[in-house]
Design a protein around this ligand. Structure first.
Ligand SMILES: [Zn+2]
Length: 382
């Protein structure tokens, strides 16, 4: 097959890509909605079956199943290129009905349209392009995961395993609104802080009480003070709850903490500082627990990742994306897991969009074909 055959074929598939995107956006697939996430998976499996692409499922009892597909020349034992993406969204049930896939002024809207159902559709069509012309010169592995928006509790081991087995990873999270891709990302840890105090009537029996809310307030101030913007370390207690009634000293309180960092070495130091704050009782008589609820590791630029980026950038230029470059993103993604196992990884190679996780989320429809062409060319030339 020639480069032109592949890029020309992808250019003819814009409407087919939009049609598949409409189907998958119109199925609710919040991370905890296994039935919905699996229904989106089934729609992709139907596409694979219709195009003669081998695919299989790795079942999971709680979250959606992992979907795998492979396009390769028979008998090839070359390490595959891994095209990765998640099909869960941050939106609850009923969102797709309230806000179905729509197109206005060359932009598409709907839950998860950019983050990241368009990236999955692009990956699927890149694989389909190679399948159509007799298989890929380098094996292409697709992985469609189910729970990225909640830090990939079920997908992480699958991603790490597939990442280790691959020679390069392209994660098709949406391209930045500028059109750039993502070459480095912050790491992040979500934590739950629970505090126990003692209930007492705050009028009649005040001295017998111990306020968990008072303790939480002290801890929040200390935790926030660990923020160091010069090192891009940030701490945010984004949710709090606690107490029983206005006239009772609070027997319990809890907070949810989001830590972000860039340097892998900062992780343990900041965690240790948080643990010291958790162990300290600023209000005598309180006790506290800390639990990690989810974690993303940072994407740092290895030499291999730089080379992968340079190759991708050259391919992008060849299809007219002449200003495309790499950017840092404060957001976290599954690409951190494959970068951490040592496989060259770049992220944000999906079609361009913005305002993810809001009702204004949009996708630039005219970016679908060139981004697919850039990815296919990058694979062909690697
Ligand atoms: Zn995403």
């Amino acid at each position: 097959m020639s480069e032109t055959q592949i890029t020309n074929w992808l250019a003819t598939q814009k409407q087919a890509m939009i049609d598949l995107l409409r189907d998958v956006v119109n199925i609710d697939s919040g991370s905890y909605d296994k039935a919905g996430v699996d229904a989106v998976g089934a729609r992709f499996e139907r596409h694979f079956a219709e195009h003669g692409i081998t695919s299989w499922r790795e079942n999971h009892g709680t979250f959606g199943d992992a979907i795998h597909a492979l396009v390769a020349k028979p008998g090839s034992n070359e390490k595959p290129v891994l095209l990765m993406g998640h099909r869960d969204t941050v939106f609850g049930k009923g969102e797709a009905e309230r806000r179905p896939f729509t197109i206005k002024d060359r932009r598409a809207y709907g839950p998860g349209v950019a983050d990241m159902k368009a990236g999955l559709v692009m990956n699927v069509f890149v694989a389909t392009a190679f399948q159509t012309f007799g298989g890929s010169p380098h094996p292409i592995k697709l992985l469609i995961t189910s729970d990225e928006e909640i830090a990939s509790p079920s997908s992480r081991p699958v991603i790490e395993r597939e990442g280790r087995a691959a020679r390069a990873v392209y994660n098709s999270e949406p391209g930045r609104p500028s059109g750039n891709i993502v070459t480095s990302r912050k790491g992040g840890i979500f934590m739950h802080l629970g505090i126990t105090g003692k209930a007492a009537h705050s009028g009649a029996n005040f001295a017998a009480g111990v306020s968990a809310i008072g303790e939480l307030a002290h801890k929040i101030v200390h935790i926030h003070a660990l923020t160091d913007l010069s090192k891009q370390i940030t701490l945010n207690v984004g949710l709090i709850t606690g107490g029983q009634s206005v006239n009772t000293t609070a027997p319990y309180a809890e907070g949810q903490i989001d830590l972000r960092y860039v340097e892998p070495n900062d992780r343990d130091a900041v965690l240790a500082a948080i643990e010291r704050i958790v162990e300290t009782s600023y209000v005598p008589g309180t006790s506290a627990t800390l639990a990690i609820k989810g974690e993303f590791v940072p994407v740092v630029q290895s030499e291999g990742a730089k080379a992968l980026f340079t190759g991708y950038q050259g391919a992008a230029r060849a299809v007219g994306l002449t200003t495309l470059t790499g950017e840092f993103s404060g957001g976290c993604a599954d690409s951190g897991f494959t970068a951490a196992v040592g496989t060259p990884t770049i992220c944000g190679v999906g079609p361009v969009g913005g305002l993810a996780h809001t009702a204004e989320e949009y996708l630039e429809l005219d970016s679908i074909v060139p981004r697919a062409q850039a990815l296919a060319l990058a694979i062909l030339r690697s």
